[in-house]
Every structure is written in C-alpha cells, then in structure tokens.
Ligand binder design. Structure first.
Ligand code: SAM
Ligand code: SF4
Ligand code: SF4
Length: 351
C-alpha cells in the first residue's frame, strides 16, 4: 500500500475531474464528529438525539491521518477548500493537529464551521495551526430566543466572546450564519444585522432546510430570502454585490451607507445545484455527493482494507464522474410534492 507516493498520475491531475453535469469538485466538507453540545431543534432535536441515542464509537471515526490522506488526494483532484464541521467540530480532541495536517496540503484553504461555544478557548491554537477562516452559527442575539433554539439553555455571551477572540487571533472577518425559522427568530433578525453592521463580519441568513428526517420541517416555516432582503432593506438600505466566485451559495448585498456586507442563502427558494461543487465526508468516512443524498460511498472501508492512493483516486473519480445530484432544484420544480424518502441527518453529514 503506498501512502507517501504521488496521489494520482500526472494525466489524472491534468484532466479536470467533473461530474455528469460538468461540475468540478472544489469544496470538501469534513465532519470530524457526530456529537454536539447543542440540540438545535432544526438539526438535532432532543426527542431523537436524547440520552439513548447511539453516537459513533471512537474506532468508527476516521483518524486525523485518514482524513488528511483523503484530503490530500482530493486536493490533487481539484479541491480548493476543506471545511471542518460536525456535529460540533471543536468537541473533537486536538482538532488543531488535524488543521496542521490539512494546512500542509498545498493549494487548499482550511475553514471551520462552529457554534463557537468553545472558540474563545481554542481560537489562538487553531489560528497558529493554520486555520484560514471561521464561520460561526448564531441564530439570534436575543438571549431567550438563542437559549431556546439551541435547547441547552446556552447563553449568547460566550459565542460573542468566541467571535471577538477569534478576530483578535487573526481569524476574521467571520461569517455569522443564522438559520431563520418563521415565528421563532424572525423578529430578532434586524437586531442581528444591526449588531454586525459596521464591523468586518458578515451576517448570512439561511433558509430553514428540509435536511434529515427528524426536524419536522415544513415549507410554511421557511421565510424566503427575497422577503428577508426586504425586511433588512427597509431598515438599512441594501444594494446587490456580484458573487465572489462561481458557485458561491450566498447572495451578497452591501449596505448603501458603506457599513459592510450581508448575505442570504436561499437553498429552498433559489436552489444553487447548477454550480454545486461540494462533497461531504461523514465522521466515519462515508462520502456523500449531495447534502440530501440517501447513500454514501464507504471510504473508511477502502482505507482500512489497504487501498493505495491510486485506488482511492480511481474510486473518487468514479463516484464524482457519475454524480447527477440536484435535489434542491428538483424539489423546487416539484414544489411540495416530492415523495418522502429517508435523508441523512445534518449533524451526521455536517451541513
Ligand atoms: N455545529 C456546527 C455549527 O452549528 O456551526 C457545525 C455543524 S452544523 C450541522 C452546520 C450548519 O448547518 C450550521 O450553520 C447550522 O445552522 C446549519 N443547519 C443545521 N440544520 C439546518 C437546517 N435544517 N436548515 C438550515 N441550516 C441548518
Ligand atoms: Fe449542533 Fe450545529 Fe446541529 Fe446546532 S446546528 S445541533 S450546533 S451540529
Ligand atoms: Fe448541491 Fe445537493 Fe445542495 Fe443541490 S441539493 S446544492 S446538488 S448539495
């Protein structure tokens, strides 16, 4: 088994890897744990993820070396960004050591999505290890609303402290993601925008998605981004900004008075499957080519059965080559009538 030689033949690298719709693989989301210290009702409702829930045992989870090996091979196939996620990624012991290994891979940046409860204590170490950027999930600044949405009665203050410490450690500007649920936090969104206006940080409002099968998703709880743009624009006038790159998921706007930027992620009402260049790896090494996939490819088995780098490269090429996922676009074409089918949970696949 070769683990140190070149990950792919030169002709493979020269030949861009694209799926059946011509989409390249650019962005790899890596879940490092399926555990979390929150129980956001839209993601890990307590009724399902309670004390009896069987999380993955330690030996089922990919080691840092296994993750870094897959990451290095995907970088040779075109990946330009690794995003660590979970569950809550900062619960994974010594995450900075994985970041060091990913940072050493040429040509790709390393990002992290976190609920920031443990960010203040880890930010300096993460930055020193080579983390390039951080996205913080923060659904409301209203303490009562926030405590109820994370369903662990966890206050807002430590999250804001995490953002401050991470910024001081050089990890800013930070993207602040808020999932919007009608009747839950929509009345607090203008305050969230106001708080980060005039800072380098960028708030992004995310439409509540029908990921997984346990969060009781209903279309009538989704506030379309077009409505949210109107809501913010009425308070702080906005103008659209061009996308930073092809496939950017957030629609960008800036405040007309120069107080910074804000984004809207409209996965439900304006799907972006056409330019989707993302793949996801679960903590146990299942590769998914769509957030709404029903089946993955077992990379852990391949790794642990002694696959060479060439074998893994061929496997990834094969899986990506036949990819034809466009779940959100299909859902949107079918409006509410898509047949029910089991979906992978967000906390497992990592968002
Ligand atoms: N625990 C980390 C966090 O919350 O940032 C990382 C994992 S979490 C699954 C990744 C992202 O998915 C978070 O920003 C979260 O808000 C988002 N998310 C989870 N369930 C969602 C849903 N049903 N609709 C939209 N976004 C969701
Ligand atoms: Fe945990 Fe993140 Fe899911 Fe909330 S969204 S339950 S913080 S994994
Ligand atoms: Fe990509 Fe699947 Fe989401 Fe479409 S539904 S944008 S293919 S992850």
């Amino acid at each position: 088994m070769s683990t140190t030689g070149p990950a792919a033949h030169i002709d493979d690298i020269d030949e861009p890897m694209v799926d059946s719709f011509g989409r390249p693989l650019r962005d790899l989301r890596i879940s490092v744990t399926d555990r979390c210290n929150f129980r956001c009702q839209y993601c890990m409702p307590k009724e399902v993820f309670g004390p009896a829930f069987a999380f993955l045992p330690r030996d089922a989870i990919l080691t840092f070396e296994e993750i870094a090996r897959i990451a290095r091979i995907t970088a040779e196939l075109g990946v330009r960004k690794f995003r660590l996620t979970g569950g809550e990624p900062l619960l994974r012991a010594e995450l900075h050591k994985l970041i060091e290994q990913l940072h050493a891979i040429p040509g790709a940046e390393v990002a992290l999505t976190t609920n920031a409860t443990l960010l203040a204590s880890q930010a300096e170490q993460l930055a020193a290890a080579g983390l390039d950027r951080v996205t913080v999930s923060l659904d409301s600044l209203d303490d009562e609303v926030f405590r109820s949405m994370n369903d662990m009665n966890f206050p807002v203050a430590p999250v804001l402290e995490g953002i401050e410490v991470a910024t001081a450690a050089g990890l800013g500007p930070i993207k602040v993601n808020a999932v919007v649920r009608k009747g839950v936090n929509d009345q607090t969104l203008v305050d969230l925008a106001r708080h980060f206006r005039g800072t380098e940080h960028i708030v992004r409002f995310i439409e509540f998605m029908d990921v997984g099968s346990t969060n009781g998703w209903r279309l009538d709880e989704v506030i379309p981004s077009s409505e949210l743009v109107g809501l913010i624009d009425a308070e702080f006038p906005l103008e659209p900004v061009d996308a930073n790159y092809t496939g950017e998921v957030a629609r960008r706007y800036r405040y007309r008075d120069g107080a910074g930027e804000i984004g809207f992620i409209s996965s439900v009402t304006q799907p972006f499957c056409g330019a989707c260049s993302r793949a996801r790896i679960s903590a146990e090494g299942q590769l998914f080519t769509c957030l709404f996939a029903t089946e993955g490819t077992d990379l852990r088995a391949a790794l642990r059965e002694g696959a060479s780098d060439e074998d893994l490269t061929a496997l990834l090429r094969r899986v990506w080559g036949i990819r034809d996922d466009r779940y959100s676009a299909l859902r949107s074409e079918a409006t509410e009538d898509l047949p029910e089918r089991p979906k992978i949970e967000m906390s497992y696949i990592g968002g």
